[in-house]
Every structure is written in C-alpha cells, then in structure tokens.
Design a protein around this ligand. Structure first.
Ligand code: HEM
Length: 138
C-alpha cells in the first residue's frame, strides 16, 4: 500500500460519500447477484446495514495512514463477523461486489490505478479481519 494508493482510495471514496445510500443499495444488489446464498446472513434492516457499512469503510479509509488505530478496529470487526456466519471465502465475493459498485458509482474516475489501489486496500482490510477471526475459538 503506497502513499499514492492511499491518496487514490481516499479521494475516490470522497466522491462516493455524497451518494453513499445509493452506493450501499447498489453494493448489496451486486453482492446478492454474485451469491444469493449470502442473503440469509443479513437479518437486520438493509438500509441501516448499508449505512453502517459505508461508515465503516469511510472510517477505515480515513485511517489508512494510522494503522495502529485501524488494525485493532478491523480485528474486532473481523471477530464479530464470525458470529454473523461469515466465512473467509465470503471476503472475495464482498471485495468483487465492492469493486463493481465503485466502478458503477465512479464511472470514468474509476481508472486502472484507482482499481488497483482499492484492490490492495480491501485485500489488507479483509486479511486483517480474517486473521483475527481465525483466532476466535469456535
Ligand atoms: C472490509 C470488509 C467489511 C466491512 C468493512 C464490514 C462492515 C460491517 C459493519 C460495520 C457491520 C455492522 C455490525 C458491526 O459493526 O459488527 C457489519 C455487519 C455484517 N456484515 Fe460486514 N463487513 C465486511 C465484510 C463482510 C463480509 C465479507 C460479509 C459476508 C457476507 C459480511 C456480512 C455481514 C453480516 C451478515 C453482518 C450482520 C448483519 C445483520 O446483523 O443483519 N461483512 N459489517
């Protein structure tokens, strides 16, 4: 994760913030198209869930230069996801749906560099969550 990639992710997410509700709805539509079997894992109000997701992505993106703060937040989030029935393989599906949503939301601003930057950043977030989840006793 280079400083340029952090900048690209922060700048592109800033463009998504004004359309966060639309982006969240689009994200879940993309996610459930990719894997309808994930639907039953979500028990709450999807609008609320969408807001939480966008807030958490925003908070994480804002802290990419402050990993000492970000890593424990993601570790706790990853541990909570075990209780939601989330498996490591689901992170790839979510990553794909997220990238597709960014492409749809950003249009021409979703350049190959922006795509690469998000791929790297999401990969680090997902790995941090999955590694922490593996430490949870089942
Ligand atoms: C970077 C990756 C992810 C982020 C930032 C994220 C964020 C969140 C947040 C903020 C919540 C609200 C509850 C809480 O804070 O504990 C949540 C809940 C949830 N997430 Fe994620 N999540 C991620 C990955 C995933 C993946 C891979 C799945 C797999 C399908 C998933 C499925 C769920 C489910 C099922 C819930 C609970 C919904 C409910 O109670 O109805 N998340 N997520």
């Amino acid at each position: 994760m280079t400083p340029q990639q952090i900048q690209l992710v922060q700048d592109s997410f800033a463009k998504v913030v004004p359309i966060a509700d639309t982006a969240a709805a689009l994200f879940y539509s993309n996610l459930f198209t990719a894997d309808p079997a994930l639907k039953p894992l979500f028990k709450g109000n999807m609008e609320e869930q969408g807001k939480k997701l966008m807030q958490m992505i925003g908070a994480a993106v804002g802290k990419l230069k402050d990993l000492d703060t970000l890593v424990p937040i993601l570790q706790n989030l990853g541990k909570r996801h075990v209780g939601y029935g989330v498996k490591p393989s689901h992170y790839d599906t979510v990553g794909g749906a997220l990238l597709l949503t960014l492409e749809q939301g950003l249009g021409d601003a979703f350049t190959p560099e922006v795509k690469e930057a998000w791929t790297v950043v999401y990969g680090i977030m997902a790995k941090t969550m999955i590694d922490a989840a593996n430490l949870v006793e089942t």
